[in-house]
Design a protein around this ligand. Structure first.
Ligand SMILES: *Cc1c(COP(=O)(O)O)cnc(C)c1O
Length: 416
């Protein structure tokens, strides 16, 4: 029988091919990002803090331009004032959905926090529904692909103003949608309804492939800066990027209609947002390396996990089925033990704001809740899946994989 160290060493050796592919991905994405910096002539003055209204804030405005170019977009809003990914996506939805129209999700139920924000569950006020916008969703097919027939039929509804899709798996047992799949679907959507705005929840997807949804037909993408595009360095924030006319609408919703993007200061430096974006192709690659290694560890140990170590990835998540709340707790504890911060605490499930089920979360991060740092979480519900993601360096991922293997080996011993 292998020890935890030997097991992880074996998994490392067996994933060499994937590492070569991820090296290439990091390189291609880095080239695009550095070109965006160069073309926009980024220099030290762009890092300066501002205060008050923030008129003519060249750091803010240039960051928007660099980010937009890096993400295949005309325009972007990259803001510390956007508090997280949920905020970015809700902001985009509420800025883009025409009053009394319908938003059509073509990837089933949206991410947990958005269900609350839309008004599908919970008791929040000022939800999308309470403001007269209907939300209708078409689930993905059994195989995780789009339901083209249902989508084409539903698009006959002229009341639809926004088509919404979620690239990453969120808290569901499916693969992330690849850029190729998204492109194929959006070709059909746009052929039938060129008038609708296609909005993509891009959380966890950025830089996991060589293209983003906005390169294959999406009009707007939104996400969090303490996930992939913050590179592990951005301290907070979110982004919305896409076609200029849509970004203008969202800007008027972000601040004040008429003031839009021209206001908003940041009294700390913009440097971490620039540096984070610069690092993001590399950091996201490190997350993919760690996820791939963990996938191989789970395969060797006989756990049901997704994606497979050999699958192409379009998000940074590695999901594993643990079949009991105790199993979830042990997994989160193992990840927590390997963390640089708060390694000594034991994660407990709690009622997180915006979530329906209790959620357990391992996060020993430098930036609170940053899931581009190695973390594990999941709502306590059947079949008790833990979603692991992040890892600023692959070396840290390997250390953590040893803790994970050790914990699973100990659990096997207890069952035996
Ligand atoms: C993380 C995430 C969100 C929400 O982002 P927060 O920053 O946690 O609010 C939305 N959608 C998906 C797919 C996510 O992974």
């Amino acid at each position: 029988m292998l020890t935890a160290n030997e097991l992880v060493q074996l998994a490392h050796e067996q994933t060499a091919t994937q590492r070569t592919q991820i090296d290439e991905l990091m390189y291609v994405n880095q080239q695009r990002v550095i070109k965006a910096f160069n073309d926009n002539r980024v220099s030290a003055r762009h890092f300066s803090p501002t205060n008050g209204y923030g008129y003519d804030d060249v750091g803010r405005d240039t960051l928007d331009k660099v980010f937009a170019q890096a993400m295949f977009c005309q325009d972007a809003l990259v803001r510390p004032q956007i508090v997280n990914g949920s905020h970015a996506i809700y902001l985009a939805l509420s800025g883009l959905a025409v009053p009394n129209s319908t938003v059509l999700s073509i990837t089933g139920d949206p991410y947990d926090t958005l269900q609350t924000a839309i008004g599908l569950c919970g008791e929040a006020t000022n939800t999308l529904n309470s403001n007269g916008v209907q939300f209708v969703s078409i689930p993905l097919m059994e195989d995780g692909g789009f339901d083209f027939n249902a989508i084409t039929d539903k698009l006959d509804d002229k009341n639809i103003s926004v088509v919404y899709l979620q690239r990453s798996r969120g808290y569901s047992w499916r693969l992330a949608l690849s850029i190729a799949q998204i492109g194929q679907c959006l070709e059909i959507v746009k052929a039938k309804r060129p008038d609708v705005c296609v909005l993509v929840d891009n959380c966890y997807g950025e830089f996991t492939e060589q293209l983003e949804p906005t390169a294959v037909g999406a009009d707007v993408i939104a996400g969090s800066l303490i996930k992939n595009p913050g590179g592990g360095i951005a301290p907070t924030g979110g982004y919305i990027a896409g076609k200029a006319n849509y970004i203008n609408k969202v800007a008027d919703r972000l601040t004040v209609p008429g003031m839009g993007r021209e206001v908003g200061s940041y009294a700390a430096s913009y440097r971490p947002f620039y540096q984070g974006l610069f690092m993001a192709p590399h950091t996201t690659g490190q997350c993919l390396l760690t996820a791939t290694l963990l996938a191989r560890v789970f395969e060797i140990m006989g756990y049901e996990s997704m994606p497979k170590s050999s699958d192409n990835r379009s998000d940074i998540i590695q999901a594993v089925k643990l079949n009991s709340p105790e199993g979830m707790k042990r997994m989160c504890k193992a990840i927590q033990q390997a963390a640089p911060v708060d390694s000594f605490v034991t994660p407990e499930a709690w009622d997180m704001p915006g979530y329906e089920d209790r959620v357990i979360m391992a996060a020993g991060a430098f930036v609170q809740g940053a899931t581009t740092e190695l973390s594990a979480d999941g709502p306590i519900r059947e079949p008790y899946i833990v979603y692991i993601q992040g890892g600023l360096t692959y070396e840290h991922g390997r250390c953590a994989a040893v803790e994970v293997a050790r914990s699973l080996l100990a659990a096997n011993d207890m069952d035996a």
